[in-house]
Write a protein that binds this ligand. Sequence first.
Ligand SMILES: [Fe+2]
Ligand SMILES: [Fe+2]
Length: 406
Amino acid sequence: MNQCDLAGLGLDEGGHLLVARALDAVRPGERVAVTGSHPALGLHLAAWCREHGHRIACGAQPGGGILGRTAPATTVVIKGSAGERRWHGAQRAGVAAGPPAARASAAWGLAARGALVEAGGPPIGAQWSERDHVWADIAPQLYAAAAASQWDPATAVDWTASRAAQGVPPEVERAVVQLMTYLVENEQAALIIPARLLSQLHPHYREVMQLLASQSADEARHVEVFTRRALLSGGELGTSSAGGRASLQTLLDEPDFTTAAFLLSVLGEGTFLDLLRFIADHAPDQVTADVTRLAARDEARHVAFGVAHTAHLARADRHYLGTLRQAVERRHAALRDTAGLNAEVFDALVLLAAGSWSPGAIRRGWQAVRDLQDRMDEGRRRRLAAIGFPDDEAAELSALHTRNFM
Ligand SMILES: [Fe+2]
Ligand SMILES: [Fe+2]
């Protein structure tokens, strides 16, 4: 018979851990002799055994059962089967160190990947529980890169350089404020979408969950730094156009995980990469250059996941390219009668690149924005080709992308 010596340790002082450990080593129906000198041991052991489905052997003298008694006594416990029954039907939530499962069971709920899941808990109501519909092999590395690249808006930007903004010609400053106003609106959409996808994702795909969380945190920083830059010169914010907001609303309304990631990250944020670099390159002050460069660095990760995930699903399901194509056409049709890009945003880009109102400068600014639009188009076609679209179709779809850039 297995022995368990508690010495003077009470069951209410952690002694139950030793008893449970001794019982773990035997099969149901087998016995463990529990010895101890704690005055309430017999009383506590009897109650504990009842609670956990074990029995005290008939005729056995409950040890230490007389209050005040300190001499060691032994109680024989017969192991019950409730513990075994509890884990009957339990299953592993995939493999901890391996790749995620092709399909995550709702019954796994919030259990860690690889955990032994007791049956009977509440199922998770996640909408996305199939690997191919959320996954990219690069997700773990992208999350690690995101965690290593977080920056603090308070220290990553020298806000005291606001003096620099005072040297910016007032009309160029107004152009910067208009661009920042537009960027904040777009960043807010870019924050809400990954947060919404995250809330419906099965946590079994934890690297994607972590990546979407860091993406939302990135966008929260972008909202902050663009707002701070807009307010730097102490004036009012710029305008928000109905057409721009209508364009963003179509992204918010997209219900499918991959289509939403495709429209937002591949086409929208991909286009934004060129936009942010353009603003950084033509920034009239250091703060504007810094905030747009920092945001562009984060956006590159968002785009990388969007492209990798969409390509992953397109490889697993060739018909999915048709679904994506329809999504672009549907969005184009929905926005056909809207203005798309806020005209004041377009003018602000021209003026930013021009730097002044002289006709020669405006001509250069205008041309710079046309070149920007060409680069945006090239980038979209390249990413669409990486996902699997033939070149001619990639060119066609790129041309249908919203005038609002995002
Ligand atoms: Fe952003
Ligand atoms: Fe983003």
